[in-house]
Design a protein around this ligand. Structure first.
Ligand SMILES: [Zn+2]
Length: 234
């Protein structure tokens, strides 16, 4: 290996593997302390996970899902079709297969890169970050939503968020029980009927206190107020 290790410490193990017809080595290093000294910002935020907006924050910021995947996925479909037409056992088939696995690797790198930027941004910007429990949100029951999760890696999002928060000395909390975060007015607590807030309604006004709400941002405010299970060490 030409590159110097980025971490000082005792090397515990090294695993060599191939992916997308490239070779990688993964090295585990034991290090004393990984806390990065980060300035406290005094800010906290709740996060609502979605499809059109990957995340909506309780302070009104929304982040869209990364788009560069679309063209790559088109290419992926084309390559898969080409592969299926190649004769089994032929050199051309092996070549097409290698091409396809390189593309898979590229796509997964784009996703990972977008998630890393997002989670690093969040833990730098906020001291306390509140998220929903993905199981209680019932995300996997909803096909459209579960496709989005597969694409964007919400579990990976949570994993990165927690380990980076630990590293930066920040706190991640989870709303660990079922709570009608979309249907509850974050201003007065008024609860809407299911029929009053179909998925298509993105903006609504509370019939009780008249407050105007963006559906996802209202949900993220509720998540911030009701999350109490701490997932980090801080
Ligand atoms: Zn209200």
């Amino acid at each position: 290996m030409r590159e110097a290790l980025r971490f000082d410490g005792k090397i515990l193990s090294a695993k060599v593997f191939s992916k997308g017809s490239r070779w990688f080595v993964s090295i585990a290093v034991e290090i004393a302390k990984i806390t990065t000294a980060t300035k406290k910002t005094g800010k906290q935020t709740g996060i609502d996970l979605g499809i059109t907006n990957l995340i909506s924050l309780s302070d009104g910021i929304t982040v869209k899902a990364p788009k560069p995947l679309k063209t790559k996925i088109k290419k992926l479909k084309r390559l898969s079709r080409q592969l299926s037409r190649k004769q089994k056992g032929s050199n051309n088939r092996a070549k097409a297969k290698a091409k396809l696995s390189r593309l898979h690797l590229q796509i997964s790198n784009i996703r990972k890169d977008a998630l890393h930027k997002l989670t690093t941004g969040l833990v730098s910007e906020y001291d306390v970050i509140a998220i929903e429990n993905l199981n209680t949100k019932g995300m996997m029951q909803n096909r459209k939503l579960s496709r989005a999760i597969g694409d964007l890696g919400f579990y990976e999002f949570k994993r990165q968020l927690v380990y980076k928060a630990n590293q930066y000395g920040k706190t991640v909390k989870e709303l660990d029980r079922w709570y009608p975060s979309s249907k509850t007015c974050s201003n007065c607590g008024h609860l809407l009927d299911k029929a009053e807030l179909p998925l298509s309604v993105r903006q609504w006004q509370c019939p009780s206190c008249q407050q105007a709400h963006d559906r996802d941002i209202n949900a993220s405010i509720n998540i911030l107020h009701h999350a109490d299970k701490v997932l980090t060490h801080h």
